[in-house]
Design a protein around this ligand. Sequence first.
Ligand code: HEM
Ligand SMILES: [Cu+2]
Length: 624
Amino acid sequence: MATADIHITEGEHDHDHDHHGNFWTTYVFSTDHKMIAKQYLITGIFWALIGGTLSVIFRLQLGFPDADISWLKPLLGKWITEQGKLDPEFYLALVTMHGTIMVFFVLTAGLSGTFSNFLIPLQIGARDMASGFMNMLSYWAFALSSVVMFVSLFIETGPASGGWVIYPPLSALPQAVSGSGLGMTLWLVAMALFIVSQLLGGVNYIATVINMRTHGMSFSKLPLTIWAFFLTAVIGLLSFPVLLSAALLLIFDRSFGTSFYLSDIYIGGEALPNQGGSPILFQHLFWFLGHPEVYIVLLPALGITSEVVATNSRKPIFGYKAMIGSMLFIAILSFVVWAHHMFVSGMNPFLGSVFMLLTLIIAVPSAVKVFNYLTTLWRGNIRFTPAMLFAIGLVSFFISGGLTGIFLGNSAIDIQLHDTYFVVAHFHLVMGSASFFGMLCGVYHWFPKMFGRMMDNRLGYIHFWLTFVGVYMVFFPMHYIGIAGYPRRYYSFTNFDTLNSFSDLNMFVSIAAIFTFTAQLVFLFNFFHSIWRGRKATANPWESNTLEWTTPVVPGHGNWPGEIPKVYRWPYDYSKPGSKEDFIPQHIPFSMTPESNLPHENEMIKLEKEEDVNVVVVDDKKGH
Ligand code: HEM
Ligand SMILES: [Cu+2]
C-alpha cells in the first residue's frame, strides 16, 4: 500500500502547510470552497428571514383583513394607510419579493450555493474547486445582487410588484403600477447579477466534478449528492441564460422603446405606440427557465436526502443506478414541460396536450425516487437524527405535494385550478417546503464538518416537529381554499360573498404561518449558539462512508493535510454482511475487507495492486 501515497493530480503548490491569510482574505474575499459555502449559507439564512417576514406581513392581511395594523407603521411607514390597513399595491410587492427571495436567494443560492460548494471538493476528493477565484466571484456577484434587491425594498415607489414571474405588460410599463417603476428596474438588475453568479458557480461545479475526482472515484462511485449537484449545475447552465435574455428584452422594452413584448396597449384611452410584440413570448422565455428552476431548487435537496437516508438507515441506498437514471430523466424532461404553466394563455389545445403528456411522464422518475427512499428505509436500522427526520419530512412533502401535480398537469383540470390557492399549496409543499427541509437536513448533517461542533439534538427535534406540523397546517388548508375558487395574489376577499365562508380557514392558515415562522427561531438559536458553544465534534460523527469524513475535524485549506485518499468502493457499503463494522468508507480497499467481499470484489483486489504499480509508472515518467 505504500505506493498509494503517490499523487499525480497535484500541482507544484504544496498544500500541507496552513495558509495564514488576514481577516479579509480568510473571511471576506476567500477562495476556499468551504468558506464560500459558509458565506452562501449565512446569506441564505439572512434572506430566509426577510422572505419569511414578508410572508408573515401579507398573511396578516389575508387572515385578518379587518384588523387595524397601524402598529406596523414604524416598520412599513407610508405603506400602512390612514385607516391602519396595508396598502393594496404594497401587498403585491410583498408577494413578489417573497417569491423571488425564496426561490432564488434562499433555495437556489442558499441551498445549491452552500452544499455544492461545500461538498463537491470534499466528497470527490479534491483540494478545492477548479477555479477558486471564479468561485469567489460567483459569491460576490450574488452578494451584489442581494444588495440591489435589498435596496429596492426601501425606495419611495416600493419594490417590484409584478409577481415573481414579472409578466409584461405590467412589468414593462413603468406607468402601470408604482412597483413597475424603479423597483422593477432594480429587480431586473439584481436578477442579471444573480444569473452571472449562477453561471460562474455552475461552470465551476461542472468542471470540478468532471476533472478533479480523486483516484478511483469513477462516476459510478460518486455519492448521489454529487450526481444531484452536477445535474443541477447543468440544468442551471442551460436555462439561466434564457432568463437573462428574457430580462434583457424586457429592459429594452422598458427603457429603449422596443416592442418585444408589447402590442395594442391602451392606457387611459390612449394607445401606446408599441406594435407587434407579444407578452406570451415572455411567458415562454420565463418558463423555459422557470420550470427547470423548480428542479434546480429540488434536486440538490433530493441528493442530500439520499445521502442522509442511506447513512441513517445503515443500509445501501436502494436502486443507486435507478436514482441516477431518474435524476437524469427528470433533468431532461424539465426542459420540455414549461408550457404547463401556460395552459390558459390561449395556446393551441393540441400543444397543450403534448405538454400535458410530457408533464405527467415526470411522475414516473419521481415515483421511482420515492419508492427508493421508502425501500431504503424499509427494515433499516434507523437512527433518527434531526437530519434524518428532516429527510423523511422531505419525502413526505414530496409525496403529498407531488400528487397534486398530477391534477394540475391535466390541462382540462388546470383551467379550473390555475392561479388559485390550490397551486400555491402544491408548489409550497413539493418545491418550497421539500427543498427547505432538504436544506435544513443538510445543515444538521454537515454542521459538524463545517464548524467542528455538533448542533443540539433536542432543539433539533423540537424544531423538526414544530416545523413539520406547522407546514402542513399552513399549506394543507390552501387546497380547499383553492378548490373553492380563491385566486392567488388577491389583496382581500371580503368583497366576494362566496369566498367569505372560508375566512375562518384563512385566519387559521395565518396563525399557523406565524407559528411556523416563529419556530424557526429555535433553529437560529441552535445554529449560532452551536457554532461557538456546541459540543466538539468527532471526525466522523454519523459513521458515514463518504470522503469528507476522512478529513480532520475541521479541514484546513486543501482539505486533507496529507495525500488525498483513493477510492475503492461505492459510498453505500452499510451493514455489509460479514463486515465487523456496519459501515465501510469509500477509501478502504477490498484487500482490507476479505471477510465481507463479494466474489467480484475479490477480483478487484488484483486490480488494486496493479493500479498501484501503474501509478508509480505514471509518476516516474513525470519525474516527480
Ligand atoms: C412561512 C412560510 C411561507 C408562507 C406562510 C408562505 C405563504 C405564501 C402565500 C400565501 C403566497 C401566495 C400569496 C398570493 O398569491 O396572494 C406565497 C407565494 C409564494 N411563495 Fe410562499 N410562503 C412561505 C414559504 C415559501 C418558501 C419556502 C418558498 C420557496 C419556494 C416560497 C415561494 C413562494 C412563491 C414562488 C410564491 C409566488 C409568488 C408570486 O405569486 O409571485 N414560499 N407564499
Ligand atoms: Cu413547471
